[in-house]
Write a protein that binds this ligand. Sequence first.
Ligand SMILES: C[S@@+](CC[C@H](N)C(=O)[O-])C[C@H]1O[C@@H](n2cnc3c(N)ncnc32)[C@H](O)[C@@H]1O
Length: 217
Amino acid sequence: MMSIDDPRSSAPRRVAAIYDRIAPEYDRLESFSDRALGTRRLRAALGEAVRGDVLEVAIGSGRNLPFYGPAVTSVTGVDISRGMLAMTAAQAKELVRPVRLAVMNAERLGFADASFDTVATSLSLCTVPDPAAALREIARVCKPEGRVVLLEHVRSPVRPIAWLQRKMTPGQVRRLGCHFDRETIDLARSLDFGIVSERKRLFGIFRLVIATPPARQ
Ligand SMILES: C[S@@+](CC[C@H](N)C(=O)[O-])C[C@H]1O[C@@H](n2cnc3c(N)ncnc32)[C@H](O)[C@@H]1O
């Protein structure tokens, strides 16, 4: 039995099991939606925004890595799913830059405070069981003068679309552990992240946010 300290305990472990199962199919499914929904362009913009020593939380299969530019000095990627990390490891071999990977729960990152110049995450806080805990950890491990880059889907401000998202959410949670209509960017605001820029796409569902971490107490 897993101990309470195991990074894959309880709710995160259920999400890990989902992504371990779908990992071999993930890139095929996601490359369709990256093209159809325009998230490929947002991934490219995320790649331009990251710099210095970068931590990518819930890196999945590493779909943002090809977009990382020369301003990046090192890359660390963590995910709760070993299956997804194996996909990243496979594609990282084709990249010039080495990528350090670890199985880790975003809600309890195993890094010292202020370890990274940039902490990025994409399409992940919809699946992390406790997104507020993950955002607090992202803030903690980011240097105070560093930046946080979030690419997330959120509840649309367009009411019929938001209604549809709400209807779709229970099925998405069962299949992908994904809460389709979370208000993740509002959550980040409420936790005192400073929103420097926010790019919206597709009825405001997709957001690319560059933020500063909350000021240390
Ligand atoms: C929809 S996928 C997104 C993957 C990747 N970031 C991308 O943009 O394609 C969600 C990812 O979040 C990871 N994840 C979910 N909960 C997590 C947690 N508590 N800690 C770390 N990773 C988590 C899943 O294993 C999965 O790889």
